[in-house]
Write a protein of this length. Sequence first.
Length: 219
Amino acid sequence: MPLAVGYLRVSTDRQPLGIEAQRRAVDAFAQQYGYDLIAGRYFEEVESGSRDDRPQLARALDVCRAYGATLIVARLDRLSRDAAFILTLRKEDIAIRFVDLPQADEFTVAILAVVAEHERRLISQRTKAALAVRKAQGAKLGGDRGGIPSDDARARSAASRRRRAAERARIALGQVDGWESMPPAAIADRLNGLGVPTASGRGWWTAEKARAAMRLFAK
């Protein structure tokens, strides 16, 4: 029975269910395809997929090298959002299987990684261009920046930031086929993958934030 280790990643520690969902998916995949998870070993990480210097991923890869094991990941974007990084791993001859791409060979995975990265860059450029056009047309995309704000001013500013974030999300999602039928958690994951800033400009999209943005879409 071939050996394997599971790698699980979420972008924020406020997504514990994401880890558990990935664990179940990797477990089921290993059983279905006859992999023996080394001592039931999983490497868990709370870190951005844009970062390649992840200690738990490094440990998982070390185990793969030492035992000739396969790395099993729930989805391609849980491993990395950087095509060059994935291609580098392939050059090291580390076997990687993705639960959502069970029949994909190494060549197919490499192509999908390059296409996904290219798509993210295009959508990011289109989003920035669309926002620039709306700003030039007089749309108010930002909040009040003057003086020490009152409670009312802070509330208005926060509402403005939420509207602006919702507008960015709407423009970005306009490039994604079928997003209207996606659940909020999937929309949040897609927005994170596309690098769309939240209202605060920090942190990550969650299902709750995506749901709130969708409510603003309807207004």
